[in-house]
Ligand binder design. Structure first.
Ligand SMILES: C[S@@+](CC[C@H](N)C(=O)[O-])C[C@H]1O[C@@H](n2cnc3c(N)ncnc32)[C@H](O)[C@@H]1O
Length: 185
């Protein structure tokens, strides 16, 4: 099986010198780079409505998830406030004619009455004022539509949460060593 992975630009073509662990893993049948958000992509795709025509990915970052949505939904809109991330998303999605990438603050973009079957916000909701963001999300959903949020920050975490976080950081490091860094890590 051919292995297709996304590496940060600085790592591409780095073939001289000591072999990096992720270059070795690159030879294995892994499909893409790993981070603690991409880890959930398959699970999120499985939770989309069966007839998911239109989906909005909020805070789409480098567009890696929007590209996967493109293979599952008729139309994808990916929105991010950071121009550099929008440029990466445009590149990641350039082969998909059903993806529109928009640059701007989700809270101020005018969607001109458009409604979506699903909204996804992967590691992005906690960057916005939650009440206004969720109110706007609700207004953009079709009746019966689906909102999928990955990762919500909390300031009042328990000791148990912290213990889990410490284990998660260690596991994260291990996975990055095995699978290699991607553009977000
Ligand atoms: C941690 S990154 C996650 C990116 C991507 N969803 C992923 O899973 O890799 C959070 C993203 O949200 C974007 N973002 C933050 N606030 C935003 C806003 N108000 N409107 C649109 N995008 C926003 C950031 O620019 C960033 O790309």
């Amino acid at each position: 099986m051919r292995c297709v992975r996304i590496l940060p630009a600085g790592l591409r073509g780095e073939t001289t010198g000591r072999r990096k662990p992720w270059v070795i893993v690159n030879m294995l049948p892994l499909r893409r780079a790993w981070n603690h958000n991409t880890r959930y992509h398959d699970a999120i795709l499985r939770r989309l409505p069966v007839n998911c025509n239109r989906v909005l990915d909020i805070g789409s970052g480098d567009g890696s998830f929007a590209a996967r949505l493109a293979t599952r939904c008729w139309g994808v809109v990916a929105v991010d406030v950071e121009p550099s991330q929008v440029a990466s998303a445009e590149q990641a999605c350039e082969q998909y004619s059903n993806v529109t990438v928009r640059c701007g603050d989700f809270l101020s973009i005018d969607f001109e009455g458009e409604r979506f079957d699903a909204l996804t916000a992967l590691a992005s909701l906690h960057h916005m004022p939650i009440e206004s963001a969720v109110t706007k999300m609700k207004s953009l959903l079709q009746p019966g539509g689906c909102l999928i949020v990955l990762g919500v920050w909390t300031d009042d975490d328990s000791i148990r949460d912290r213990a889990i976080n410490i284990l998660a950081v260690a596991f994260n490091r291990l996975c990055r060593l095995l699978y290699g860094p991607d553009a977000m890590t």
